[in-house]
Design a protein around this ligand. Structure first.
Ligand code: XUL
Length: 542
């Protein structure tokens, strides 16, 4: 009987699961969408609306922690009863979770997890005992500007900038600023917190529920999204931890728990609660989990000189890197599946560039200038393939790259500012051309520092379906543009399934950890290559 692998993704709006076979072919996918499937939590886009009674700050972007339990219950009911997946064949599970977002487990949480009975749901049994913080921050939260300034200053006082130490300048969504603000506003809750987890290791912890439940460690790559982890030293940064803790830092270190140093780490066998309630095998492995962007990288495994471009609400570029060259303009994270040994083909780091004005800005141009039709937008992009009429920037939201750029700025072909273009539909090519050029400028700069050239870009996200945009990207970036695909089980010609790359990336990790734990120690690259065989993993679109 062929072993199966499960990847979960606890993201902003949904909990998703992807089931793959030993050859990494997709079998099925299922999800629970928070707004529609769990309306009693009153979320909009997965978070509580502004001013909701449960929020202690009007503008906070938070979700009810108990909703995550309800989502796990509902997802597994769907897996078992609606979809009737062959659960008994699942050999290993890993997870992805929204980066930076944190979950706060109360003193006694582990005991509560060990005492649960299979006749009742997670939510029924744990809603009062598991969490010390009922409403938890989402990565979209921006209430922590003051705390960010303090973190930057504290790092400088100790002789290295926050960016040099942790790979990123201070960001409101990063966990350090979030914990600091909450600890000061709610000291009693902080006091009664046994463990602070990221969403990724929280899911792994939940999968151990039962008689031998344990706390899953943080993932190295995900820990880099906290502004607390000293990447070069491979330890928590003592001054930053002390600032966030308010004392000498020991309390916070123990609340954060361990960071797994080996990406092949097996957290535990799946918990007895899961075995009894859903029929998981007693030897099913719970593998180290990571953040959603690292998990996307796992799924697409770009080589050096390749990049992943995710065209979503914001546009994100992921680039593997051999060197640690932190820069305030981007994030440097440890690569989720690199062992960081000289013989490893997987580079030790990856860089992430985030452009805030992605799909929403493209949609604004489509709606304002192209009668709300993508066909008209595409027609205009094809009509003016080069910037003959001028150029423009559309920073509808304060931009990250370049930092805090705002507003719409148009220039004619001679470079003089203009209020509007003579032909209004020219706004469409002007926008996508300037977006593509922005990607090119920064990617080139980053790659130049490691002596590499861009050879291929994998495009994902809604806008990746737009062929005109992909062709323009290929022209501007001067490289091949490819759309990654997850093949269906039969691997018939063309049996390509539109899978969720984060949960599939998590399933890939489960496959690798299982291979290393039960067969032989192989590198990530070897495992994925051998499992996939000669099957196609992307479609060239340019
Ligand atoms: C990355 C970030 C988002 C979340 C989405 O820094 O904040 O992409 O990971 O879940």
């Amino acid at each position: 009987m062929c072993a199966l692998f499960l990847g979960l993704d606890l993201s902003t709006q949904a909990l998703k699961a992807s089931l793959l076979d030993e050859h990494l072919c997709g079998i099925d996918e299922v999800q629970v969408r928070f707004d529609n499937d769990l309306p009693r939590f009153e979320t909009q886009g997965g978070i509580l609306p502004r001013g909701h009674a449960l929020l202690d700050e009007t503008d906070a972007a938070c979700s009810p922690a108990v909703m995550y339990l309800a989502a796990l219950d509902k997802l597994w009911d769907r897996i078992r009863y609606e979809r009737q997946w062959p659960i008994e064949r699942i050999a290993a599970i890993s997870a992805a979770g929204q980066q930076h977002a944190s979950v706060y487990l109360a003193t006694g949480a582990l005991d509560a997890l060990r005492c649960i009975r299979s006749a009742e749901t997670l939510e029924e049994q744990l809603h009062t005992s598991l969490f010390s913080r009922q409403v938890v921050p989402n990565w979209q939260d921006a209430t922590t500007l003051e705390e960010c300034a303090e973190l930057m200053q504290k790092a400088e006082e100790h002789g290295a900038s926050l960016c040099e130490t942790t790979g990123s300048i201070a960001h409101t969504r990063f966990t350090a600023a979030q914990i600091l603000r909450w600890r000061r506003r709610h000291p009693a809750q902080y006091e009664m917190t046994e463990r602070i987890q990221l969403v990724s290791n929280f899911v792994a912890t939940m999968l151990t529920a039962g008689a031998e439940a344990c706390m899953a460690p943080l993932d190295q790559s995900d820990a880099c999204g906290m502004n607390l982890w000293d990447i070069k030293a491979g330890t928590w940064s003592a001054p930053l931890v002390a600032l966030v803790d308010g004392e000498n830092g020991e309390t916070l270190s123990s609340k954060l728990g361990d960071v797994a140093r080996d990406p092949r780490h097996v957290v535990a066998r799946v918990g007895t609660w899961w075995q009894q309630r859903y029929g998981l095998r007693p030897d099913c492995l719970v593998c180290q989990a990571t953040g959603d962007n690292p998990a996307t990288l796992q799924c697409l495994t770009p080589a050096l000189g390749e990049a992943v471009l995710s065209l979503g609400t914001s546009d994100t570029v992921l680039l593997p890197s051999t060197m640690y060259v932190p820069d305030p303009q981007y994030h440097t994270f440890q690569h989720p599946v690199s062992s960081r040994s000289a013989s490893d083909e997987t580079p030790p780091y990856f860089l992430m560039l985030v452009y805030k004005n992605g799909s929403l800005a493209r949609e604004w141009v489509r709606d304002t200038y192209c009668d709300a039709q993508w066909a008209k937008f595409d027609e205009a992009v094809q009509k003016w393939p080069t910037p003959t009429q001028g150029t423009a920037f559309y920073w509808l939201q304060p931009e990250i790259l370049p930092w805090d750029a705002r507003g719409v700025h148009r220039f004619d072909a001679a470079g003089a500012p203009v209020a509007e273009f003579a032909e209004r539909t020219y706004n469409a090519p002007a926008m996508v051309q300037s977006q593509c050029l922005a990607f090119r400028t920064r990617i080139e700069r980053v790659l130049a520092s490691s002596g590499t050239r861009l050879s291929r870009v994998y495009v994902v996200g809604g806008a990746a379906e737009n062929h005109t945009l992909c062709q323009l990207l290929a022209n501007v970036l001067g490289c091949e543009v490819a759309r990654p695909v997850i093949q269906g089980r039969s691997a018939d010609a063309g049996s390509v399934v539109p899978y969720n790359f984060c949960s599939v990336g998590a399933a890939f990790r489960a496959r690798w950890v299982w291979e290393c734990a039960t067969k032989e120690q192989v590198s990530w690259e070897t495992c994925i290559r051998q499992a996939r065989g000669a099957r196609r993993c992307f479609l060239r679109v340019s």
